[in-house]
Design a binder for this molecule. Structure first.
Ligand SMILES: Cc1cc2nc3c(=O)[nH]c(=O)nc-3n(C[C@H](O)[C@H](O)[C@H](O)COP(=O)(O)OP(=O)(O)OC[C@H]3O[C@@H](n4cnc5c(N)ncnc54)[C@H](O)[C@@H]3O)c2cc1C
Length: 341
């Protein structure tokens, strides 16, 4: 008999980890998801797409006199006498600042932009130990129709219930995927979830079409460059084949697809190993050890340099919490008050 509730909970325990459902410590990831996502861990969407959230944040910043400089990659954080005094951009421009906040991961911030020569050696060793092995595939599909579920899943065809679903039959199912992934193999029957945002928000796809996204865990971390594309496509084919077991029309309604792995996100956003957590959700990398022990208060060993992204407490996801806490820490330090972070 299937044990879907246990299977689904196991899938949540391994999200953002390099672990299987029976590995010690995975409870941390589940606690994290239920804490930041609320007790029902409800999936929320931004109307018009997640980009609208960024646009709203930019409007708020500009209303307070701020300015966003686009397409401006930071090449170096400028350090003088042990203090951060600004940044140098890739195009050669420099910007000076009273404080610098980094929302990228600790590895990139300290070992690439600051330079380890400016950091205490025990801090550098700790940063080097951060585990970023997070293997996944994100599949974006254009659909010409909607999946029609059959058999015992047919009930979700009603209303807009099928906008989001997964089928994870048991903890053993998740464990089988983990055992294959840890050997650098593609899971034979990948575990995945999908959502169809255009079912709730028609602006998410052109008229007559639907947008659909699958997220699937456990795409191998160590894949040779020349086999990467093929392996990503094999994994996507397997995810789609699993879906077709329950919605047989699914392959026929796919008009177009884009398959993105952690390697894409590494290249596109400069995230170490493509780990969207900026440091996995392992017990040794959470709470007062995030990003590393001794630096969970958003300050860093470099005066005037702060952290404010997912690498910090409490961790990843579109929560705004690390940014809020980091900003309060900076304000408290600048004002000489003790604003709690
Ligand atoms: C496939 C996928 C699916 C996800 N699904 C969800 C979900 O459903 N729900 C959820 O809550 N979270 C989800 N996440 C996680 C979420 O996107 C991240 O946790 C969140 O974006 C982290 O925010 P951040 O601001 O800390 O860092 P980031 O979003 O990584 O932002 C860092 C920014 O810094 C920029 N940058 C990097 N290097 C430089 C440089 N040298 N100079 C200038 N800029 C630089 C990057 O381009 C990026 O814009 C998902 C992530 C991925 C990859």
């Amino acid at each position: 008999m299937d044990r879907c509730i246990q299977g689904s909970m196991c899938a949540m325990t391994i999200d953002g980890t390099h672990m299987g459902p029976y590995s010690p410590g995975t409870g941390m990831s589940m606690v994290y998801h239920y804490t930041v996502g609320g007790i029902a861990n409800r999936f929320r969407m931004v109307k018009g797409g997640i980009g609208n959230l960024s646009k709203a944040l930019v409007r708020a910043l500009e209303a307070h006199g701020g300015e966003v400089i686009y397409k401006a990659q930071v090449k170096r954080i400028l350090i003088e006498d042990g203090r951060a005094v600004g940044v140098e951009l890739r195009d050669g421009r420099t910007l000076s600042a009273r404080v610098v906040l980094s929302s990228i991961d600790a590895n990139k911030t300290f070992l690439h932009l600051v330079g380890e020569e400016h950091c205490p050696s025990d801090f550098v060793h700790s940063v080097r130990e951060i585990d970023y092995r997070n293997g996944y595939v994100q599949i974006h599909l254009t659909l010409s129709g909607l999946p029609e579920f059959t058999g015992h899943m047919a009930y979700i065809n009603e209303g807009d219930m099928r906008w989001i679903a997964s089928y994870i039959p048991s903890p053993e199912y998740v464990n089988r995927c983990w055992q294959q992934y840890r050997k650098n193999e593609i899971p034979e029957h990948p575990l995945s979830y999908y959502h169809i945002p255009s079912l709730l928000d028609p602006t998410a796809a052109p008229e007559g079409y639907h947008a659909c996204t699958f997220f699937s865990h456990y795409f191998p971390c160590e894949v040779p460059e020349d086999r990467h594309r093929d392996m990503a496509n094999i994994m996507a084919d397997r995810v789609i084949a699993e879906m077709a077991r329950f919605a047989p029309n699914f392959p026929e309604i796919i008009v177009d697809r884009a398959v993105l792995t952690q390697r894409y996100f590494e290249k596109a956003f400069g995230i170490t190993a493509g780990d969207f957590c900026h440091g996995l959700l392992h017990p040794g990398q959470m709470w007062n050890r995030r990003p590393v022990a001794g630096y969970s208060d958003y300050r860093t060993p470099i005066g005037g340099l702060y952290m404010c992204g997912s690498a910090c407490h409490p961790g990843p996801g579109v929560t705004g919490i690390p940014g809020y806490n980091g900003a309060r820490r900076v304000l408290g330090d600048l004002e000489g008050t003790s604003a709690a972070a």
